[in-house]
Design a protein around this ligand. Structure first.
Ligand SMILES: [Zn+2]
Length: 262
């Protein structure tokens, strides 16, 4: 008798995952969306832009572990989409575009591109970007030694992981052979670009789709740098913007704000 009961229990245990899977796939089917067939040259980033869906959402919906490359003919489920959209094709930089970009990658720009307002106090908890590394700001954006610092310098030990501040496509990942040393430039939507410089190692490759928070390289002191740090820039249509306007408040800023209010 007991042998029979235990057999039934064991059978139920073995069969239950089958039901669970069926239940799951039924609920997955409820999510509306369309199937996009990947054409040659289309990247996860360009697809995410066309459908206004985050790269991480596309990865999760399609069980994709690495965002970097897609295969032509690959079928992607786009959750929430109502119709199939036209998607741009990734185009590598031409030799001329590459040299123009490399020349623009300088730690400092001659004239301030925008009038700068005093920023503090700045409390931003709904910022679009994430910090590429955590560390103190050793040199802020703005006038410096008669020139203009085009980004912020974030202090950090060597080889600290640098992450993409926003979903994007790697436009440049190379040694600039200039003051910024080894650098990565990521193209985001709305003509927004971010620059990560003085890297010790570059992990990201040109043409890769990177999701927000994905590692792209390690902190270093390549180029003109007195010690390891990350030079981080935000540019829109080529104009350098203050990265702090796009980054969430630091814990220090939140604490200062709180003590001011009390
Ligand atoms: Zn700098």
């Amino acid at each position: 008798m007991w042998a029979l009961v235990s057999l039934v229990i064991i059978l139920c245990y073995l069969v239950s995952p089958v039901f669970a899977v069926q239940k799951q796939s039924k609920s997955a089917q409820k999510v509306k969306g369309v199937t996009h067939v990947v054409a040659a040259g289309q990247t996860l980033f360009e697809i995410s832009q066309a459908y206004h869906v985050r790269v991480s959402v596309l990865m999760q919906a399609n069980h994709i572990k690495s965002s970097t490359r897609l295969k032509p003919g690959q079928r992607l489920f786009i959750p929430g989409a109502k119709s199939v959209k036209k998607v741009k094709v990734y185009r590598p930089l031409t030799t001329q575009e590459r040299s123009v970009l490399e020349r623009s990658l300088s730690d400092e720009v001659v004239a301030p591109p925008l009038p700068t307002e005093p920023l503090r106090p700045r409390i931003k908890t709904d910022a679009e970007l994430v910090w590429p590394i955590v560390g103190p700001i050793n040199s802020p954006f703005g006038p410096r030694w008669g020139k203009f610092h085009a980004g912020i310098d974030i202090g950090s030990p060597h080889y600290q992981e640098v992450v993409a501040a926003l979903d994007g496509e790697v436009l440049y990942a190379d040694d600039t052979k200039g003051p910024l040393g080894k650098a990565v430039v990521i193209q985001h939507g709305r003509e927004l670009r971010t620059v990560y410089a003085h890297l010790s190692i570059v992990i990201a490759q040109e043409g890769d789709t990177v999701r927000q928070g994905q590692a792209i390289g390690g902190v270093g002191d390549t180029g003109r740098a007195t010690g390891p740090h990350l030079h981080f820039e935000v540019r829109q249509n080529g104009v350098a913007l203050n990265p702090l306007e796009y980054l969430p408040s630091t814990i220090d800023e939140l604490v200062q704000d709180l003590s001011r209010k009390q």
